[in-house]
Design a protein. Structure first.
Length: 336
């Protein structure tokens, strides 16, 4: 694994963020790696590496939907990342001996907020969204993340944006509005949005702000340590809310083999395995090609929704998908 990431976009360019839209990229490549990867073409093994992550991420949305009523969403997020942290502990214990305690404590200032926005807010809001929204809707809204990141960069950090990129942002926003209104313009006039869609929009904004914090304030820690610290701080934020959800909120966990299997899947697949595969795939292809694979997540979610949940996609899903992808392509910075 590269020392520049945690399964989240951590590179210094918005193009790499666009290439890692669904969530948690594990790499930052050198310019020569990008060029050589794109020049060599896509081998079958590389295609497989880039196809597996969006499948696993789509599966995460399906599992989140399946667990509605069986596992409260905030507690689900806490359980997911606690298990992932336990899996990392053996490797972390070995590598910790190579770091100074000062290095860990010095990173705390920004890790508090990075953990909140990434592991904490983004994932919790995603599972909250799935309580009332469909996996296809949530993954389509999430696919607009690169464009929201672009807009936040221009607004908060005064990053220059080309007119073509603004056009792409506008097209993608139209795609998101198609999802929010279910293809019915009258919903927009009446503000008749589904609550889960709004939660996912907040989640995507949280992820985008998280991305900018990583670009500007990522601690200089090796990848495994950075991953663990982010999970620790994220769980620290989520734990009190999960406790309230299970007590004051009346949440209840209906333990079963199905629930245990679902937890194992989201802790291993979308949280760890997907990012290792993504890291390897991006290292072979560079920063541009993977964006097209990442945007397969809504398509996989649509197929899995139909097969597993019996929720067939609608025509407006296809229209929104095309608009969001076209917007992202337009938003890509020109090749140098």
């Amino acid at each position: 694994m590269n020392t520049r990431s945690l399964g989240v976009p951590m590179t210094a360019s918005i193009a790499t963020r666009i290439a890692t839209t669904s969530k948690f990229s594990l790499s930052s490549m050198t310019e020569s790696a990008a060029v050589s990867g794109q020049a060599s073409g896509l081998r079958a093994s590389t295609v497989a590496l880039l196809l597996l992550p969006p499948m696993l991420w789509a599966g995460n949305a399906i599992v989140g939907r399946l667990l509605v009523g069986s596992f409260p969403p905030i507690a689900l997020n806490l359980a997911r990342w606690t298990i992932a942290l336990v899996i990392l502990l053996p490797l972390l214990a070995w590598r910790y001996t190579h770091l100074s305690r000062e290095g860990w404590s010095a990173s705390a200032r920004w890790m508090v907020w990075i953990g909140l926005l990434g592991v904490g807010a983004y994932n919790a809001l995603q599972y909250l969204a799935l309580q009332t929204s469909s996996p296809v809707n949530t993954t389509l809204i999430g696919a607009s993340g690169p464009v929201i990141t672009l807009a936040l960069g221009a607004w908060l950090f005064k990053v220059p944006v080309r007119s073509r990129q603004w056009l792409g942002a506008t097209v993608s926003i139209v795609g998101v509005l198609v999802v929010l209104t279910r293809g019915d313009i009258h919903r927009l006039a009446a503000l008749g949005f589904v609550r889960g869609d709004l939660y996912m929009l907040l989640a995507t904004a949280s992820w985008s702000l998280y991305t900018w914090l990583l670009r500007r304030h990522r601690p200089n820690l090796p990848n495994i340590e950075f991953m663990a610290l982010q999970i620790v701080w994220g769980c620290a934020w989520v734990a009190p809310v999960a406790a309230l959800e299970l007590t004051v909120g009346g949440g209840h966990i209906a333990w079963s083999w199905k629930v245990a299997a679902a937890l194992a899947y989201i802790a291993l697949g979308p949280s760890l395995v997907a990012y290792v595969c993504w890291d390897r795939g991006v290292a072979h292809t560079g920063a541009t090609v993977p964006v097209f694979f990442a945007n397969l997540t809504p398509l996989f979610a649509a197929v899995l929704s139909a097969l597993v949940l019996g929720e067939a996609p609608h025509a407006y899903h296809a229209a929104a998908f095309v608009l969001i992808v076209v917007g992202i392509v337009l938003s890509l910075p020109p090749r140098r």
